[in-house]
Design a protein around this ligand. Structure first.
Ligand code: ADP
Ligand code: MG
Length: 361
């Protein structure tokens, strides 16, 4: 982590709405000042609940949240200095763009001159200078969401929370807004806590990502580590594309394990397994397995090509390998043709380090 440690801190936070079921379980999370952190996970995994607790609209059942080292449970939402952009937290429809942005400043009793300056600055940040007198209904969906971002930033909050802010936009607009929000973050250095269920959005925007499932953080890592080094089967499956084999550990030694898959044996990287007899799921990213490799690799297996799909920059090849008829490879289309034809028997190679032996779930 960079700069000051733990600008926002969740400490042993549990949340239950009904007094029985915990929807957030023992959350411990340190967010550095200026960091862009994303909570990523399937619907119902507890992401919004975490943001609501940080914003002050929900109270933790156990534990405490700190902002700049101060516990915040007794501070009401409007005194926390937190800006918010939610998918359904719409602009005030009867107010102009200027009035929408001035609103959080008036509440904070800022002078008219300062309000004008701050509104100007915030609108230029989202490239909407000159739109002051428009009504929200006269703006496109993307422009409305940019006004919402400007409104969240206009009072110089310490932290900005964004909950699926781009969810209602179409794909192209969503992608350009991802870069826009990322660049605003980089230029002003505000701390952002972002929520999405869209992994590519999370990978594009974040310094770090907390993957949620079932109310628990499964892994907290930088985007590249999350993809390259998933720590459990849930993360390996949830992020990116993944090939997996169910197997049983035969041996672990010197940082390599031998795993029995059906009647075959492969060598893998023992991430979550320690000893003989354990069940495991071995996870291999599609681009880590090579067709007819020139050099010797730790693992070499014969497979049969079941499907070939052209994708422009790469070809996606589905192979029946070790009883898994859904083993996917991605072959860059720049590489010379490797005799990739439907029905061909081919040799597939990968290094043991790239086959991660994870928990069997
Ligand atoms: P996410 O944002 O990851 O989709 P949520 O935090 O909204 O997840 O929800 C987590 C769980 O808490 C879900 O099972 C949801 O149904 C439940 N939940 C969310 N808000 C409330 C509420 N106000 N009252 C009761 N249950 C809720
Ligand atoms: Mg949600």
């Amino acid at each position: 982590m960079s700069k000051k440690n733990a600008f926002v801190k969740f400490e042993k936070v549990d949340k239950s709405y009904d007094g029985k079921l915990l929807v957030v379980k023992d959350l411990n999370l340190d967010i550095a000042e200026g960091e862009f952190i994303t909570m990523l996970g399937p619907s119902g995994s507890g992401k919004t609940t975490c943001l609501m607790m940080l914003a002050g609209f929900e109270t933790p059942t156990n534990g405490e949240i700190f902002l700049d080292s101060n516990p915040i449970s007794n501070i009401p939402p409007h005194k926390r200095g937190i800006g918010m952009v939610f998918q359904n937290y719409a602009l005030f429809p009867h107010m102009t763009v200027y009035e929408n942005l001035a609103f959080p400043l008036k509440v904070r009793k800022i002078s008219k001159d300062d309000i004008d300056k701050k509104v100007d600055k915030a609108l230029s940040m989202v490239s909407l200078s000159g739109f002051e007198n428009r009504m929200p209904g006269q703006l496109s969906g993307g422009q409305q969401q940019r006004v919402a971002v400007a409104r969240a930033l206009v009072f110089d909050p310490a932290v900005v929370l964004m909950d699926e802010p781009l969810g209602a936009l179409d794909k192209n607009l969503r992608e350009s807004m991802q870069y826009e929000i990322k660049h605003i973050h980089e230029s002003i250095g505000v701390t952002v806590v972002y929520v999405t269920h869209d992994q590519s959005e999370a990978l594009t925007m974040s310094n770090r990502i907390a993957v949620f499932n079932d109310g628990k953080v499964q892994q907290l890592s930088s985007p590249d580590k999350l993809y390259e080094e998933p720590e459990n089967s849930f993360v390996a499956e949830f992020i990116g594309e993944n090939n997996r084999f169910d197997g049983e550990v035969l041996d672990v030694s010197n940082g390599v394990c031998k795993v029995k898959i059906g009647q075959s044996e492969i060598l893998a990287n023992p991430i979550s397994v320690k000893s003989k007899g354990e069940k495991t799921k071995v996870s291999i990213r599609p681009e880590r397995a090579l067709i007819n490799p020139k050099d010797k690799m730790d693992n070499n297996q014969k497979g049969k090509i079941e499907e070939v799909i052209y994708h422009g920059d790469h070809t996606r090849v589905r192979i029946n390998l070790l009883g898994n008829s859904d083993f996917i490879l991605k072959v860059p289309n720049s590489s010379q043709n490797l005799d990739i034809k439907l029905g061909n028997d081919i040799s597939i190679g990968w290094n043991s380090q790239d086959a991660r032996a994870l928990d069997p779930k």
